[in-house]
Write a protein that binds this ligand. Structure first.
Ligand code: KIV
Length: 271
């Protein structure tokens, strides 16, 4: 029961209990009110206002340019739409890596100005001090390991991470450090399925994968990929549930043609 009505909200505790009961967690990205309303009504567990907004909403090549103000704008729209799901917001590049005070200030802005339910940030042991400080202020934190797009210029490619034993061991160590620091959940991106399963089995907190196999506790996809709005992006882990690029393109072509041929508007479509 919430103070705003009779819909029971998903909380970080719900996700923890889902892991304990073996119920998989569903998560999608969202950046605007209309799509978030559809996803929430459909019963999604978690919506992530991802910094992938930099790519799919703003058209940048990487996630680096998006600002905290931009993220807060997207998050406000998503939060307004959601009655049930948990809304987590990415802290963008450059708003938490400096020091833990900067990280806390960024997290507080997201919580206060957007009304989000928690934040996500990328990295392992190097961000643990910031995580402790943010969690200490009462803000739930989701970690993110494996392919971390904010570090793309360090790695140089978007290929599968942690295929070698040494990197896999480091990832597991970092995952444990994030849990120890107080993260309520962890995203693992583009790593071998066996490693995803191993991390999920060794951690108490829910592990949500994107290209991390079926052994983790839940799955997340970028909404534009899941709905087939992005066209030239086909990693092995992606399952498309619609081909909206084609559908929207065909509808637009028909619309243009109806206007040109003076078929639209017809008698019934005017006052
Ligand atoms: O920004 C994003 O969309 C993400 C997901 C890929 C997990 O971090």
């Amino acid at each position: 029961m919430s103070i705003h009505g009779d819909i029971k909200r998903i909380t970080t505790h719900t996700l923890q209990s889902m892991k304990q009961h073996g119920e998989k967690i569903s998560m999608l990205t969202a950046y605007d009110f209309s799509m978030a309303r559809i996803f929430d009504d459909a019963g999604i567990d978690v919506l992530l206002v991802g910094d992938s907004a930099s790519n799919v909403m703003a058209g940048h090549e990487t996630t680096l340019p998006i600002t905290l103000d931009h993220m807060i704008y997207h998050a406000q729209s998503v939060v307004r739409a959601c009655k049930r799901c948990l809304v987590i917001v990415d802290l963008p590049f450059g708003t938490y890596q400096g020091n833990s005070k900067e990280a806390l200030n960024s997290a507080i802005r997201v919580m206060k100005e957007a009304g989000a339910h928690g934040i996500k940030l990328e990295g392992g042991e190097e961000v643990c001090d910031s995580i402790k400080r943010i969690v200490g202020a009462g803000v739930p934190v989701m970690g993110h390991l494996g392919l971390t797009p904010q570090s793309i210029y360090k790695f140089g490619t978007y290929t599968v991470r942690a295929k070698e034993e040494e990197e896999a061991e480091m990832l597991l160590k970092n995952a444990k450090a994030l849990q120890e620091a107080g993260c309520f959940s962890l995203v693992l991106e583009k790593i071998p399925a066996a490693l995803g399963g191993l991390v999920a089995s060794q951690l108490k907190i829910p592990v949500i994968g994107i290209g991390a196999g079926g052994g983790v506790d839940g799955q997340v996809l970028v909404m534009h990929d899941m709905l087939g709005i992005t066209k030239n992006f086909s990693p092995r882990f992606l399952r498309r549930y619609l081909n909206l690029y084609e559908d929207i393109s065909a509808a637009t072509t028909r619309y243009i043609s109806d206007i040109k041929s003076k078929d639209f508007p017809n008698e019934k479509e005017q006052y």
